[in-house]
Design a protein around this ligand. Sequence first.
Ligand SMILES: Nc1ncnc2c1ncn2[C@@H]1O[C@H](COP(=O)(O)OP(=O)(O)OP(=O)(O)O)[C@@H](O)[C@H]1O
Length: 246
Amino acid sequence: MTGQPNSADAVVVFEGVGKKFIGRTAVSNMSFTIPKGQIIGVIGINGSGKSTVLKLMAGLQKPSGGRVLVNGQTANRLSCRDVAFLPEQDVFYSAHTVRRTLDFYRVMFQDFNIAKALSIAESFELDLDQRIAKLSKGNRARLKIVLALSRQTPLVVMDEPLSGLDPLVRESIIKSLIANVDMERQTLVMSTHEVGEIEPLLDKVMLIHEGEVRGYEAVEDIQSEYGIGLVSWMRELSGERRRDGI
Ligand SMILES: Nc1ncnc2c1ncn2[C@@H]1O[C@H](COP(=O)(O)OP(=O)(O)OP(=O)(O)O)[C@@H](O)[C@H]1O
């Protein structure tokens, strides 16, 4: 059940959005809205279109058709003022220290809250004087979370923040999300394959399959109406019972 476009409470609106790459349609005819003040999970098997949807939402990719609105404005490169985007890949300068990376963000983004960044970094036990090149994969992932959560934007978009991390790092990141997203003012949209682990965190979940929204529901409704968890719901709707990669 996709949400209807143009809701006044929406921070994101997709109206008939498509995205084609050469020889491939990644997203076709998507229409949905994302309400303010919620945590939304975007799930789906590898290559289903999740990253493309998130990049369209962050204004980092241009739709081939339809339109994407963020806070009522057409999403484009300037949307970084309203959207904190955590990319799947690292985008750090490896010679910088953690402290210099935080400083760089403070200069880049007026809304960057350095006190909050230092506080979250401390809770993650990140060494501020450590060079990025020497950080473990888990600590690089934690640093990305620090950078995204310290921005005071209405929309925070995270592309697979838990990807390839051990369970303890995943747990610390999930706790940090709960503690540091300002639900009065912010909406968090995150894609993940760790469907079972993030289920308790989510208000709504969107299932993308073959570039289409196959399901978009309140997690509570999936549990109460269908009596199943997210992993089963995803398998049911994507017809992927026998495939891995979920
Ligand atoms: N820049 C690009 N050029 C060409 N094809 C692309 C590009 N970006 C994505 N695609 C294709 O679009 C489809 C959707 O890709 P996307 O990265 O959005 O999927 P995903 O659900 O995020 O995958 P994963 O879970 O593996 O990260 C894939 O078939 C992918 O190969």
